[in-house]
Design a protein around this ligand. Structure first.
Ligand code: CAA
Length: 258
């Protein structure tokens, strides 16, 4: 498949997607989001792929939804066209882990896209923000919902209401990102994490993703029960036998993803 706004490659068992609209700081237009959804679905269905990395350029992960493409839209255009939801939510259906490797600006929809991923590794030059209020709009791809869950109500309010940017150090302190690394290490760090994940049992990987995400949708008691059911079900896999026998035999496990 050929894409115009993203670059797609595989590195071993890792699917790597680069957002690629450098002249517009990777502003997320309709076509880019459709292409991204297609690439994600393809990697998700590929049995050779165990983890996906999504990245941008050194200057911008993505500077938000494409303002030029939105400026003249009417209420009916966005409402009837299901604007944003239509092709932005594809990433939520992906069952394999998606790591966001963020350098430079991750603003508006760019920050929201990073937050849709399973975890964020940031370069030391990363800047996160929800500046929609400066455009007379509000975040439209989860900013007011995922940001408070990630960094607390107070910081989310501050970011969304003042439009100020958060640097990588503050983002790590606040819990938005899992690690901060020097810019030149970013992609390598994300790929290494993805390679580690890809070497694990894929059913266990997918269950962990499902179970952690469940924590955001349910009560603690329900979530614990849900986790317990999934935990029990791992004992129906060959990988559980292999993982435990390998530990007891003091050797590395060879998972078959079954
Ligand atoms: N949409 C369209 N084009 C954009 C863009 C965006 N979100 N962000 C940057 N660009 C374009 C600029 O128009 C410029 O294009 P030209 O060279 O053709 O003029 C090019 O990218 C480079 O940008 P700047 O010259 O502005 O670069 P800078 O380094 O001076 O500033 C910036 C960088 C601070 C990120 C600035 O570009 C900026 O503020 N961008 C807009 C950020 C924003 O408001 N994002 C939210 C969008 S709305 C949204 O995302 C809704 C939602 O919730 C889904």
């Amino acid at each position: 498949m050929t894409y115009e706004n993203i670059l797609v490659e595989t590195q071993g068992k890792v699917g790597l997607i680069h957002l690629n609209r450098p002249k517009a700081l990777n502003a997320l237009n309709d076509q880019l989001m459709t292409e991204l959804g297609q690439a994600l679905v393809k990697f998700d269905a590929d049995p050779e792929i165990g983890c996906i990395v999504l990245t941008g350029s050194d200057k911008a992960f993505a500077a938000g939804a494409d303002i030029g493409g939105m400026a003249e839209l009417s209420y009916m255009d966005v409402y009837k066209g299901d604007y944003i939801t239509r092709n932005w939510e594809q990433i939520r259906s992906v069952r394999k882990p998606v790591i966001a490797a963020v350098a430079g600006f991750a603003l508006g929809g760019g920050c929201e896209l990073a937050m849709m991923c399973d975890f964020i590794i940031a370069a030391d030059n990363a800047k996160f923000g929800q500046p929609e209020i400066k455009l007379g709009i509000i975040p439209g791809a989860g900013g007011t919902q995922r940001l408070p869950r990630a960094v607390s109500k107070s910081k989310a309010m501050d970011m969304c209401l003042t439009a100020r940017m958060m640097d990588a150090v503050e983002a790590e302190r606040a819990g938005l990102v899992s690690r901060v690394v020097p810019l030149e290490r970013l992609l390598q760090e994300a790929l290494e994490a993805a390679i580690v994940i890809s070497s694990m049992s894929l059913p266990a990987v997918m269950m962990i993703k499902e179970s952690v995400n469940r924590a955001y949708e349910t009560t603690l008691a329900e979530g614990i029960n849900y986790e317990r059911r999934l935990f029990h079900s791992t004992f129906a896999t060959e990988d559980q036998k292999e993982g435990m026998q390998a530990f007891l035999g003091k050797r590395l496990p060879v998972f078959k993803n079954i």
